[in-house]
Write a protein that binds this ligand. Structure first.
Ligand SMILES: [Zn+2]
Ligand SMILES: [Zn+2]
Length: 855
């Protein structure tokens, strides 16, 4: 066994750490180990085993978590690529790739210090405290905690714990990370008196705030990482399933109730479900004896889908372009070589059917596929369809899963039980074997970019993973990103077009309403133009449905004082607070800070405060006023708390229980509602006024996508596009469904301005809670950029970030552009090294490669 191993730890440092491997341990590359790191224990991934003794003294690996790798060689390589490309710490990359946090808990234990022993000793001697400022109650708490800790001792250091948890004593009270001195519900074998004492200490602390340092110096924190194998146990645990066989003969009411329950669930149901029925337990036994029902055991990990049917035969009535797209995809998959395809299909052209048919052929060939969807794309209805098509072979990874459920799904995929994986961003790391196909649906969607370290883009990672696996990657969209379309045009991807909607449905007619002219003619600022109002009324008369997009939530986005001219801003961010009328609050949409609705100006006390602008909440109210008879619902982050809310509203729309649906961009994405014949677009061009080079692209995409919701059924659709920028090319091309026209115009702009796809771009953000620190650090780096003058890399900045203050941080930034990605990354690496030398904390310098937002 090699003597040393290098471990990638989830810390903001761009390196792996070398540890000594004790004789009795056998770590594996790609497996997790537990190691000491500073004062803590940490879990990391072994990235190398070797005999090169480092110059510094090494500490011992404490224990092995996985006897076999959890990241195979290809995923390790992918992780290294991400770390390199996005300049992200390797350990943080691996942590992102492994959704297994549920299996471990980091807990805080306490041990008594010498000072603590002394205090305890003195208290025992004199019965009075050396510190007069403490109340008797506080002293009592202190005494009980110290007494308990002294009593428990420190068995771990006495070496009685060979390597891992089982024998580790519960030193004092343990608490879940981040909540010092909290009492976890799962604390085992802790002394009730001490628990009580600490509970009181906690209460004391929160009640007075003064006793914050109650036990300061007398107890020492110590970190324990505890393995909770519940996920693995879950995987091997079995459950009893009742399967309906032949329920012949006469059934009594109780028996009928059981049989009907199973039948309603599709013929199979977990026995525990039946126990909730109000029937005697013996009834089930009787039915089993009579052969009406059979009991079978299944692994508990099938829980998610076990009542689902087996894969169903899968037939689609494909159009000719769909057929040739599918043939092309299948041929490439069979070649077992890397290739990329861009599937550019107009809204309603049936891209999803092509994806699913492609995945089915991969499944039939016994191989694996991953389908990535945007965050809002995975509704329960979609999940039901997927189960219908793929049966138990599908694992669905969505944001509503608990950590534990996510770990369960991960293990199912790893064991090869689920070879079809559908999920949002991080599903790109699913540990499938024999990967044949990765599909990125709506590849232009911004939710594929992670906005925290590692700041990877799942689409680009998907392409790299396919490359490393000799697999096929399909990027699909009605509005491909400039980058992807550019790559396709340069023959890096095969470009497959689906130019028509299915069943020869026409694309909707788009009519532009110039809101400046509307203002001149009506004499006041309108939210809903006369044209849109007329069209809505017509649809309501014909019992058709209407969708109105306003991409801004809340009631009024700005509160302004007419006396002093100041806005009401968030206390943590340089952002105006939005008025939310129903909740009767002012809310910051960036950090969540809330404030009461002001009756007078907070700056000058004047009563002339005005609520300006319109958000989706106000739009809904306006529509209620204009069309009192209409049934109206709203979809935005305020009305949708989870997938269920979203699904419920969409279902109501589908069932014809709603006439008008109002919402933010949430309503624009991929939903197939057949009754909507009119789409109204109100204020979707706000982005055009932002200082962001992607604003035109984003606006074009949003307008095209929302227009695509109209006329997906029998009746042709129409779009009324209200805008203050009617001459802007993004608006014009979207109105004419002209992707190519937009693309060419936008490319010229990007080329001229040296923006992607002509340049690689990175945003470097310097942040600090202290203004002078943020200024000083960005000055230091600015000076360094100036002095070093990296050839072929343009550096803009330092400048105040467009959102200069966010979540209490002051923010400055640099934008780096280079036609050469190697040069760009070399510059960034050198900059990070310099920053480290200048003692600028790594967490305060954010490097965002291929940044989507420069805000
Ligand atoms: Zn004022
Ligand atoms: Zn804020």
């Amino acid at each position: 066994m090699p003597e040393f191993c290098d471990v990638a730890l989830p810390v903001p440092l761009d390196m792996a750490f070398t540890y000594h491997v004790p004789n009795d341990l056998a770590p594996v590359i790609g497996g997790r180990v537990l190691v000491p790191f500073r004062q803590q224990r940490m879990m990391g991934i072994v990235v190398d085993l070797h005999d090169n003794k480092p110059k510094v003294t090494t500490r011992n690996v404490l224990s092995i978590v996985d006897p076999a790798p959890v990241l195979d060689e290809k995923l390790l390589r992918l992780g290294r690529w991400i770390a390199d490309y996005y300049l992200a710490p390797i350990g943080e990359v691996f942590r992102t790739m492994l959704p297994l946090t549920a299996e471990f808990k980091r807990v805080v234990g306490y041990r008594i210090t010498q000072d603590g022993e002394m205090v305890l000793h003195l208290a025992g001697l004199s019965g009075s405290s050396r510190r007069s400022q403490r109340s008797p109650e506080e002293q009592a708490v202190e005494f009980r905690v110290l007494d308990y800790l002294a009593d428990v001792g420190d068995e771990e250091d006495a070496g009685r714990v060979p390597h891992f948890w089982p024998k580790l004593p519960e030193v004092g009270i343990s608490a879940v990370e981040g909540n010092e001195l909290n009492i976890p519900t799962n604390a085992r074998s802790t002394d009730p008196a001490a628990v009580q004492a600490l509970v009181r200490e906690q209460t004391l602390r929160s009640a007075t705030g003064a006793s914050r340092k109650l036990l300061d110096g007398m107890v020492r924190k110590k970190w324990i990482t505890r393995q909770d194998l519940s996920a693995q146990q879950e995987a091997t645990r079995t459950v009893k399933i009742a399967v309906l066989k032949s329920p012949e003969g006469k059934l009594n009411a109780n028996q009928r109730s059981i049989v009907e329950t199973i039948a309603a669930a599709g013929g199979r149901v977990p026995v525990e479900t039946l126990q909730s029925l109000d029937v005697p337990r013996t009834t089930l036994g009787t039915l089993v004896r009579r052969g009406a029902i059979e009991l079978v055991e299944e692994p508990a990990s099938f829980r998610v889908s076990r009542t689902r049917p087996r894969p169903q035969p899968f037939e689609f009535d494909f159009t000719a372009p769909q057929k040739s797209a599918l043939a092309c995809l299948r041929e490439r998959v069979e070649s077992r070589k890397f290739s990329g395809m861009l599937l550019h299909g107009v809204t309603g052209s049936g891209k999803t059917a092509v994806y699913l048919a492609g995945m089915r052929s991969v499944l039939e060939a016994g191989r694996s596929a991953i389908l990535l969807v945007p965050e809002i794309g995975l509704t329960p209805a979609v999940a039901a369809d997927l189960h219908q098509i793929f049966g138990d072979e599908v694992a669905i990874l969505h944001s509503a899963l608990s950590d534990k459920e996510r770990a369960e799904q991960w293990h199912r995929i790893r064991r090869g039980e689920a070879r079809m994986v559908v999920g949002t961003r991080s599903a790109v790391f699913a540990p499938v074997t024999d990967l044949a196909l990765i599909i990125v649906d709506e590849e232009h969607d911004a939710s594929y970019k992670q906005e925290e370290t590692p700041r990877y883009h799942a689409r680009d990672v998907a392409v790299m993973r396919a490359k490393m696996s000799d697999a096929v990657v399909v990027l699909g969209s009605a509005t491909p990103s400039l980058e992807s379309y550019f790559n396709a045009k340069k023959n890096k991807y095969a470009l497959i077009e689906l130019p028509d909607r299915v069943e020869q449905r026409p694309l909707p007619e788009v009519e532009i309403v110039d809101m400046r002219q509307e203002f001149q003619e009506t004499g006041h600022e309108q939210v809903i133009s006369r044209k849109l109002a007329t069209e809505i009324r017509e649809r309501l008369d014909r019992k058709e449905q209407v969708m109105v997009l306003l991409n801004r939530r809340g009631y009024s986005p700005v509160v302004l004082c007419r006396s002093c001219g100041k806005k009401l801003e968030c206390k943590n961010c340089a952002i105006a607070l939005t008025h939310h009328k129903r909740e009767h609050k002012m809310v910051c949409h960036y950090c969540g800070y809330t404030a009461p609705v002001p009756k007078a100006c907070v700056h000058c006390g004047s009563e002339y405060v005005y609520f300006l602008g319109t958000g989706s909440e106000k739009l809904e109210e306006l529509l209620h006023g204009m069309f009192p008879q209409a049934r109206i619902a709203r979809l935005d982050r305020d009305t949708v708390r989870g997938h269920e809310d979203f699904e419920r509203t969409l279902n109501a729309l589908n069932e014809g229980e709603l006439d008008i649906i109002v919402g933010t961009q949430m309503i624009a994405k991929g939903h197939d509602i057949h009754g909507v014949t009119l789409v109204g677009v109100v204020g979707a061009d706000v982005a055009l006024g932002l200082p962001d080079f992607r604003a035109a692209e984003r606006t074009f995409q949003l307008l095209t996508q929302v227009a695509g919701r109209a006329g997906r059924g029998q009746t042709p659709g129409k779009v009324i596009l209200q805008t203050y920028f009617q001459d802007h090319y993004a608006v014009q091309y979207a109105a004419h469904h002209d992707f190519l026209g937009f693309y060419e115009k936008e490319l010229r702009f990007r080329s001229w301005m040296h923006y992607p796809p002509y340049s690689a771009l990175a945003n470097v953000l310097i942040r600090s809670g202290k203004l002078d620190e943020a200024l000083q650090w960005s000055g230091t780096l600015g000076k360094w950029f100036n002095e070093t003058r990296h050839e072929g890399v343009r550096v803009l900045g330092p400048a105040a970030a467009p959102i200069m203050r966010l979540k209490q941080d002051y923010r400055y930034h640099f934008v780096l552009k280079s036609p050469s990605r190697e040069k760009l990354n070399a510059t960034l690496r050198a900059m990070l090294a310099h920053a480290a030398q200048q003692k600028i904390p790594r967490t305060q310098v954010i490097v965002d490669v291929d940044a989507l937002w420069l805000m």
